[in-house]
Every structure is written in structure tokens, then in C-alpha cells.
Design a binder for this molecule. Structure first.
Ligand code: ADP
Ligand code: MG
Length: 396
């Protein structure tokens, strides 16, 4: 019999009614001769009683910075509560299930608290439960060091848990259940007409997620790809087919599969004329790399260098450039729109259509770039939602 990993996100487990639908999804697997291994997130979002952000608001910043181990201890609680509550719902439905911490499920990580990497997975406990006909319900987002200390896996950690277990158990597929019908052509909260994409390949989804589409974490996509396990994104609340992700390309490919964005970007402009005689001007990019300041949309011209940074790196950037006496200017409040799709390869005029569409609506493009499956346009954040809607209408 095949194993199927079923991961349920925070909004899927908040209420008894919603969890009834989760139980149905698990029951459906059992009825179809599949062995479910369940992964759950903490219940709800910030403000909800056991959501991770709510737990974190109970301790102060100084303590957090100086006690990463204790912070992981607290951050792991939300998922553990969900596992037990869901096991209770499964019990009520006559299904035997066992709640497990990440560590008990055999997820061994390094000791990089708050953002640990998985070193190995020991599946013996999971296999033992499975052999007894018990459904393992694993707390997402967490693991344990070899010494047994609780660690957490960083942002999107429950998606990562699902992929890690799917690969370790050689599952038939990994299902990520959430509150939308699948991966869509844009965030449905921004574009009303956004549609579900029935099939995508790992690379496209990785890039889409990495550039801001929050429906799945890019690391989870990368892990599933390496293990060649198909991923599906599905809605907990209905029966729609969702999005299938594997390594194959769809036959009738659209030029652009989806549009997403990252916000809180700052454009940095450094002109040669303002830095004559400063030897550091030449080594600028190296200097920033050494300070761990990640830069994007890098355009190097004879007379100037232009790139973007995340607003969280602004203070470090200003400090470093200030120390070296480099003169620069910043354009704050930018967002980077990304149009993704392997279908754009070798098709001429895509960028021209984008520029035309945004120009027509008087949205200024501050900067642009392209690669084999992505076109980026930097715009002011106040224009980003309009820009995405215009481009969506144009290409979808
Ligand atoms: P979960 O708690 O289930 O992990 P997330 O909030 O992480 O759910 O992911 C689901 C949300 O991702 C949706 O509610 C949707 O608003 C958002 N989202 C952003 N971009 C997209 C996209 N391109 N397709 C689908 N959903 C998207
Ligand atoms: Mg998520």
C-alpha cells in the first residue's frame, strides 16, 4: 500500500467544523487504500489563541534574541496542540491516530535554533505506527537536535515537514491542503479573476513561491523535486482537483503561468560622478556581499550602479556605505512584480507588451530584468496591486 502525506495549514484546523472536513480528507485516503501520514500547522492566525504569533507575543524582544532555544520551545507548542486536537477529532470518527512532535517523528536537525536544517529522518517510529494501523499526526515546522532539543524550521516550516516526510517515506504524493483551490494565476486576494493552474512543474512553482506567491514555501518544493515526489495543492473545504506539481511540462503552455510580487523593496542608485576618487566604488557589490546584504535587480552601467534591497537591510546598507564614504540615493516603498512561466522562453516581445500595458495605465517602471522564466518590474508599492491586475488582464 502507498503512503500519502497530507498537510493541513493553519486555517484548515481552526474550528471543529473545519477539522471535520480534515477528518473527511484523511478518511478518503484510508478508504482508497492509502496510508495517510498527517502533518498539521498551528491553529489559525495572529490573535487566535494558539497561533504561533500569539504565543510569541507573550515574550519580549530581548528574551527572544538571547534565548533562541527557549523561543523554539514556545514556537513549537502551537503545532503540538493542533496534533492532539485533530487526533481527538479522528478518535470521534473511529480512526486510531497518534500525535507526534517533529522529533518523535524522527526529524533530526542541526542546532541552528529558529531556522534549523534537517540532517536526517529516522522513520522507524512512523513505520511502527503505520504497521499497527495507527495514523501518525505530526507537528509541522519542528524537529529536534541529536540531543533532543526542540528546533523549528523557519518560515513555511510545515510545508517543509510535509516534503521531508514525503521523501523519507517514498510517498506516492504530498498533498498540501489550504484555503484556496490550488496555485492560482495571481493571489486571489489581489486579483478577483485569478484562476487555478491545474499543472505546473517544480521549477516554476519554486520560482513563483520564491518571488512571493505564499501558497507554498519554496524550500518544500525544492525538497519534493529532489525526491521526485509529486506535490498537490488542494482546498480543504471542497473537492476541487487542485494543482499538480511534478517535473513534466504541460503541453499547451501559456506564455506566463502566474504573476506575483515581493514588497518592501528599496531601489539603491549609486552614481560614478558622485563618487569620483573613492576606490570603494569599484568594489561596491563585494562590500555588500561581505555584509550579508542580499541585492536584486542588479544593473551595472558605465556611469552608475542600480540595485534593490529588502527594507530590513536598509540600516546595514546605510551604515556600510556611510562608513566607506559612498554617496547614494534611495527610492523607498517599492515592490517587485514577477511574471513567471517557462512558456516565455524564446518568445519575443513579452517585455515590450508588459512595458506597453503599464505605460498605458501610467504606471512607472523603475527598473526591470528578465531571466529564462521570469520577468521582473519594479514599481512603487502604491501601484503594485493595479499593476498586477493590468498584467493579469493582458496575459491571462
Ligand atoms: P496555510 O495556512 O494553509 O499554509 P497560506 O496562507 O500559507 O495557507 O497559503 C494560502 C494563501 O496563499 C491563500 O489564502 C492565498 O491568499 C495566498 N496566495 C498568494 N499567492 C497565491 C497564488 N498565486 N495562488 C494561490 N494562493 C495564493
Ligand atoms: Mg502556508
Amino acid at each position: 500500500m502507498d503512503i500519502i502525506v497530507q498537510k493541513f495549514g493553519g486555517t484548515s484546523v481552526t474550528t471543529k467544523e473545519r477539522r471535520k472536513l480534515v477528518v473527511e480528507k484523511i478518511k478518503h485516503s484510508l478508504n482508497n487504500n492509502l496510508i495517510p501520514v498527517v502533518v498539521v500547522s498551528a491553529m489559525g492566525r495572529k490573535g487566535d489563541p494558539y497561533a504561533t504569533d500569539t504565543l510569541l507575543s507573550m515574550i519580549n524582544e530581548g528574551f527572544k534574541t538571547n534565548n533562541p532555544k527557549a523561543m523554539d520551545f514556545l514556537m513549537s507548542c502551537g503545532e503540538m496542540i493542533s496534533t492532539v486536537v485533530l487526533c481527538n477529532d479522528l478518535y470521534d470518527a473511529g480512526i486510531r491516530a497518534m500525535p507526534l512532535t517533529g522529533g518523535q517523528a524522527g526529524i533530526i536537525t542541526d542546532a541552528k535554533f529558529n531556522n534549523a536544517s534537517v540532517k536526517e529522518v529516522n522513520t522507524s517510529m512512523l513505520m511502527e505506527l503505520i504497521s499497527q494501523g495507527i495514523v501518525p499526526v505530526v507537528s509541522g515546522f519542528q524537529g529536534a537536535t541529536e540531543k533532543g532539543e526542540i528546533t523549528t524550521l523557519g518560515r513555511g516550516g510545515s510545508d517543509t515537514t510535509a516534503s521531508i516526510l514525503g521523501v523519507a517515506l517514498k510517498a506516492k504524493e504530498i498533498d498540501i491542503f489550504t484555503d484556496v483551490d490550488g496555485i492560482m494565476t495571481a493571489d486571489p486576494r489581489i486579483v478577483q479573476e485569478a484562476e487555478v493552474i491545474s499543472k505546473m512543474n517544480y521549477l516554476e512553482v519554486f520560482q513563483y513561491a520564491d518571488q512571493g506567491a505564499k501558497v507554498i514555501h519554496p524550500r518544500a518544493v525544492d525538497i519534493a523535486k529532489k525526491g521526485s515526489i509529486p506535490l498537490k495543492i488542494k482546498n480543504t473545504f471542497n473537492e476541487s482537483d487542485g494543482t499538480i506539481i511534478d517535473s513534466t511540462d504541460e503541453e499547451s503552455k501559456k506564455i506566463i503561468a502566474g504573476i506575483t510580487y515581493t514588497q518592501d523593496r528599496i531601489q539603491v542608485v549609486i552614481k560614478k560622478a558622485n563618487n569620483e576618487g573613492n576606490p570603494m566604488y569599484k568594489n561596491l557589490l563585494n562590500l555588500l556581499a561581505k555584509e550579508n546584504i542580499s541585492i536584486d535587480l542588479i544593473n551595472v552601467f558605465p556611469e552608475e550602479k542600480i540595485f534593490t534591497i529588502s527594507s530590513k537591510d536598509k540600516d546595514s546598507l546605510c551604515r556600510v556605505l556611510g562608513m566607506e564614504g559612498i554617496k547614494y540615493s534611495l527610492v523607498e516603498g517599492c515592490s517587485n512584480v514577477a511574471l513567471i512561466g517557462t512558456g516565455m522562453r524564446g518568445i519575443p516581445g513579452v517585455m515590450a507588451s508588459i512595458v506597453e500595458a503599464l505605460n498605458e495605465e501610467e504606471i512607472e517602471i523603475l527598473q526591470s530584468a528578465d531571466s529564462f522564466m521570469t520577468i521582473w518590474c519594479l514599481v512603487k508599492t502604491e501601484n503594485v496591486k493595479r499593476a498586477i491586475n493590468i498584467l493579469h488582464k493582458k496575459f491571462m
